[in-house]
Design a protein around this ligand. Sequence first.
Ligand code: RFL
Ligand code: PHB
Length: 403
Amino acid sequence: MEKLSTQVAIIGSGPAGLLLGQLLYKAGIDHLIIEQRSADYVAARIRAGILEQVSVDLLRKAGVAENLEKYGLPHDGIEILTHQKKHRINLNKLTGGKQVTVYGQTEVTKDLMQARESQQLQTFYEADNVRIHDFDTQPYVTFDNKRQSFRIDCQFIAGCDGFHGVCRASVPQEKIKTFEKVYPFGWLGVLADVPPVSEELIYVQSERGFALCSMRSNTRSRYYIQVPITDSVENWSDEAFWAELKNRLDEDSRNKLVTGASIEKSIAPLRSFITEPMRFGKLFLAGDAAHIVPPTGAKGLNLAASDIGFLAEAFIEYFNRHSEHGIDNYSQKCLARVWKAERFSWWMTHLLHRFDTESEFDHRMKQAELSYILESFAGQSSLAENYVGLPFEADVKLAALNA
Ligand code: RFL
Ligand code: PHB
């Protein structure tokens, strides 16, 4: 067995693990990453598309925003389509100048992997039998790689290994509490090299179910439609997908939609899931390892990034300023933000999707809520404030209201 040691062992090289590695490198903290998949697999995964300002700022701080600044598309608004009519939510004006940026998770991952390679930082890809040990006392990680066994002694373990990872699963049942809601539908997504139907994202509420028109660039589109969770990709030819998407759009968008061969097609299940706490001794969970949101609010990647913002700062305080304040407050700080993003994602999902189990009363209530949101300044402001990402501190202006 080969023995190595490091300050922080990071499990998982998704955006959470890679971003943490980059921020630790910048702060001179020794770390390495252990990933079960190959580098090619990690770089090719198609997932999120929308970055909040705080995520863009973190990527800048990590020194990996060159491509993001060149190719990212800043968006000042989104459209909500209901009853054949589009309503624009002016994110920028409603939030005092904030925006979101369209830049694929695939690109974020590639930029971080490239930075890692040029800095010659160590990643073990295709690691088998990854196990974490003694995270209450003297933590270490074991795994197999290229027919060799490894043991990594470390001061901390960062569990960035996603929803199905080994880190959360290694915590004794009595020390962890989880909260979960599984939705009875999924998103069938198609990626195609066709120009987007509109300059901004369109979230569609229709009697046939939810749809989303998104993009990766001015020449690459990403579309989703709500399908029953029991459905499978093989049931959906490209033609069938485009036909159903058109059925859910308004006439103008239907006429403008450019269709083409899909370059990726998959069904993603929808789930809300939260783990409490997010720290177990010297093990810290971050990103999808700790929580899952349904993608309707575009929050998953952004929550992973904000966890990492807190975790990197906590490790920097510990190693460079000899303070345990950051690591002691990590879980509580993350969870305060996580629950609010979970609430928003759950609410957007309820508002815009068709639930077969809902009564006529529930359905009409949702319609009333949606039309209130779209007709009211307060309603639109609340949606916009959450969509661009909540601030880290409560609004100080609120305290002044009753002063
Ligand atoms: P990841 O990306 O799942 O990475 C975890 C990594 O850990 C590895 N791993 C292990 N490594 C070692 N040992 C083990 N035992 C391991 N088990 C697993 C995995 O191979 C993987 O490389 O988690 P991370 O880094 O926390 O990042 C989270 C994001 O990927 C996720 O939240 C987003 O993709 C969610 N999401 C969206 N988020 C947004 O902010 N905006 C969006 O617009 C958005 N759209 C989406 C989405 C997710 C989607 N899907 C597919 C669920 C759209 C979709 C369709
Ligand atoms: C995407 O482009 O993949 C995307 C955009 C917005 C969402 C979810 C996914 O809310």
